[in-house]
Design a protein around this ligand. Structure first.
Ligand code: ZN
Length: 151
């Protein structure tokens, strides 16, 4: 097809093709691109084509280098971040599993239930002064002492 065979080999091929239908078919199939190439007119690229192509190639080359730098960095940073995350998780797990965890809600509730009567007494007074606060605490202590004395 490309006229690269020597005379003898070319003659042998022609003899074989004249006798073998399978190879003739293969040969014709291989010739199709060459025929199409002859039919289609050659394209003339615009004068700006190579300039635009070169600009785009440079652009892509820069993009690739930046990407490669990021990729290289990520290869170093990601394992380090993974180790930090693992260490934090291990610390958290250790703190959580170290002993019986205090019930946060219960502690929260205790703070506010002990505080609540005192606050309600204070809220009864129009003015909140040092005296009123001391009065309310005294009242609360009296109220707290009463059930004990009844018992
Ligand atoms: Zn054949």
């Amino acid at each position: 097809m490309d006229d690269e065979l020597s005379g003898n080999v070319s003659r042998e091929l022609d003899e074989h093709l004249s006798a073998c239908s399978a190879c003739t078919r293969e040969y014709r199939l291989l010739l199709i691109p060459k025929h199409i190439g002859r039919i289609i007119p050659a394209l003339e690229p615009s004068p700006y084509f190579y300039r635009m192509l070169r600009a785009r190639m440079q652009e892509e080359a820069q993009g690739v280098t930046i990407w490669q730098i990021l990729l290289g960095l990520s290869r170093q940073v990601v394992p380090a971040l993974a180790m930090v995350t693992l260490a934090l998780l291990a610390t958290f797990a250790y703190v959580q599993l170290r002993g019986p965890s205090p019930d946060v809600y219960q502690a929260y509730d205790m703070i506010f239930t002990t505080d609540r009567p005192q606050r309600m007494v204070i809220a009864d007074h129009d003015e909140i002064t040092d005296e009123s606060v001391i009065d309310s605490i005294a009242e609360e202590e009296v109220q707290a002492a009463e059930p004990a004395s009844v018992k």
